[in-house]
Design a protein around this ligand. Structure first.
Ligand SMILES: Cc1cc2nc3c(=O)[nH]c(=O)nc-3n(C[C@H](O)[C@H](O)[C@H](O)COP(=O)(O)OP(=O)(O)OC[C@H]3O[C@@H](n4cnc5c(N)ncnc54)[C@H](O)[C@@H]3O)c2cc1C
Length: 400
């Protein structure tokens, strides 16, 4: 049996996610013939599930400081050339209503589906061909310097190949390590990967003492390795989650010291001293329940702080309690892993890529964009902004 004929185009894109679609429509609008291949049954699955179904599609406060990478300078060029305002202009042009939730985070008023529809409409208008259910079996680099893909739907060939296959988070949504394998095949280094923006698991005493408080939420400042995030913590059945914890999880690794300020923005010393003056006969656990969720305050006092009427505390005891409220040490045993992580930290080493075009320094015509690259954003729309910006950079460079 003869192999099916290979169909040619100007560029092949692996992955019809945020980065791949942005790259394809940008190149298509420049007149290139682009074909996008995805092994999943539909495109943009992570966009659809993002932001609780409303897609936090960008953050107006995006700067390179909101990203983690072995080379913190790498993301600068692409982010500067395709900003949140470029994407917002696109969203407005398509009549998609949106709102700011907090901290510059923009969400669709209605549905994430509108963002996918917008990208697909622009791809269609630019003549981009998108194929789903297209598992890629093998990638060859021909003597002529072209890329030949052997897939479940036959062979495809092009002088340029863009890898936009994403990271390892949420394998049930089609995530795969394919992009990393391809990078290694072409001589690129891949930095160790780990789950990011992920709930932390507790074990031992902390788990025993907190697990039945699942559902309790409180504002905290989470601190680790010189970073601090002020937002909510949520106690879960397995450990802790909530935006403050997801943010700090990017900076935490097993064994690292994790501290929580349980009264962020308040002076715990002053508060305790004020209570000792004005509420002398009240018990500490009663007063703490006025500034913390009641069950959490009670649990703190059952295991970490001896509660008694305020007048009975010596000044040094109050100092100790204030220090604990400001700097509560929490021992996490690990993360919940890729199953629930929003992103993958690490990935294709940026040393091997051009920060302007995302093209490989080793293999002309080969590009890596989006989450597969070692650039990871904070929670709050930064990861999509990186996908749009890196996709745009490559889409502009293709065929040049
Ligand atoms: C639950 C959840 C919520 C999130 N919410 C937000 C949010 O609100 N805001 C934000 O900024 N970020 C959010 N993120 C992160 C964001 O979704 C990702 O950073 C972003 O989707 C990365 O874009 P990408 O195009 O690089 O990869 P992806 O969007 O993951 O796309 C990769 C594509 O490649 C395909 N693919 C993978 N392997 C293969 C293969 N072997 N062959 C063919 N195709 C393949 C996949 O099917 C997929 O379609 C969220 C993530 C999750 C998991």
């Amino acid at each position: 049996m003869t192999a099916p004929p290979s169909t040619s185009c100007d560029a092949l894109v692996i992955g019809a996610g945020a980065a791949g679609l942005m790259c394809a429509l940008t190149a298509g609008q420049r007149g290139l013939r682009v074909r996008v291949l995805d092994h999943a049954n539909k495109v943009g699955k992570k966009i659809l599930m993002s932001g609780g179904g409303r897609c936090n599609f960008t953050n107006t406060g995006t700067t390179p400081a909101n990203y983690l990478s072995a080379n913190p300078h790498f993301c600068k060029s692409a982010l500067a050339r395709y900003t949140p305002w470029h994407f917002i202009e696109r969203v407005e042009r398509h009549g998609i209503a949106y709102h700011e939730k907090e901290l510059g985070q923009l969400f669709c008023d209605e549905s994430s589906r509108q963002i996918v529809a917008m990208l697909l409409a622009e791809c269609a208008a630019a003549g981009v061909e998108i194929r789903t259910h297209c598992a890629i079996e093998r990638v060859e680099h021909t003597d002529a310097g072209r890329f030949r893909l052997h897939t479940a739907q036959g062979r495809f060939e092009a002088p340029a190949l863009v890898v936009a296959s994403g990271g390892l988070s949420i394998p049930s949504m089609g995530a795969s390590g394919f992009g990393y394998e391809l990078a290694r095949q072409f001589g690129h280094a891949v930095l160790p990967t780990r789950a990011g923006l992920v709930p932390l698991a507790l074990s031992g005493k902390h788990a025993e003492r907190l697990h039945d408080l699942a559902g309790v939420a409180l504002p905290v400042e989470a601190r680790c390795n010189g970073m601090a995030f002020r937002n909510f913590l949520l106690v879960t059945h397995r450990g802790i989650s909530g935006p403050a914890i997801l943010q700090i999880s990017n900076y935490w690794q097993p064994g690292d010291d994790l501290r929580l300020d349980l009264l962020p923005g308040q002076d715990a010393d002053a508060l305790l001293r004020e209570w000792q003056q004005s509420r002398r006969d009240a018990e500490l656990k009663t007063l703490l329940a006025e500034v913390l969720p009641k069950r959490f305050a009670q649990r703190l006092c059952a295991h970490w702080i001896a509660s008694k009427p305020l007048r009975q505390y010596a000044p040094r005891e109050l100092d100790g309690i204030a220090a604990l409220l400001r700097d509560w040490p929490l021992v996490a045993s690990g993360t919940e892993g890729y199953r629930t992580a929003e992103v993958t930290l690490g990935g294709v080493d940026t040393d091997g890529l051009s920060s302007r075009t995302m093209m490989s320094r080793h293999v002309p015509g080969l590009y890596f964009i989006g989450e597969v690259v070692d650039v990871t954003g904070w929670l709050g729309g930064y990861n999509f902004q990186w996908a749009w910006a890196s996709g745009h950079a490559a889409g502009h460079a293709l065929g040049g």
